[in-house]
Design a protein around this ligand. Structure first.
Ligand SMILES: [Zn+2]
Length: 138
């Protein structure tokens, strides 16, 4: 099997670890005003959205609730503790940036792809700094 064909299957144990990391970062970033749930994909919409992603956030900014959905299949990336932590941090940072993301989209009618690019640039910088200072949670 070529490296490009490698797929890793994730299970409830991975989800449990992913949630533990996510909860840690929720606390770190003060997201206590959100109701956040962690789950595997549960409907066709989830399964469509998850393709090519390790996880994604599905949120209701008005109701302040969000689901962080973990993909049950990771192509190429092994779901090690470090990779699960990094993925959880990435998704929690999406939640941190949702107000800014929404404001930019609706107020300035900026291209959604441009906003996504900038959001990911910010996420990478914050994630790098955070993992340098909180590596002990692994
Ligand atoms: Zn992202």
């Amino acid at each position: 099997m070529e490296k490009k064909d490698i797929e890793y299957t994730l299970n409830e144990e991975h989800l449990k670890k992913f949630e533990t990391f996510g909860r840690y970062y929720e606390t770190l970033f003060g997201l206590s005003d959100w109701g956040i749930y962690y789950r595997l994909p549960s409907c066709d919409e989830d399964r469509e959205h998850i393709v090519g992603n390790k996880a994604f956030v599905c949120s209701d900014r008005i109701g302040m609730t969000a689901s962080i959905v973990l993909s049950p299949v990771w192509p190429l990336t092994e779901p090690t503790d470090e990779n699960l932590r990094d993925s959880a941090l990435h998704e929690v940072l999406h939640l941190v940036l949702i107000p800014l993301n929404s404001l930019a989209t609706y107020r300035f009618s900026v291209n959604e792809e441009d906003i996504g690019t900038e959001v990911h640039r910010i996420i990478r910088k914050i994630a790098w700094a955070i993992t340098k200072t909180t590596g002990e949670i692994l």
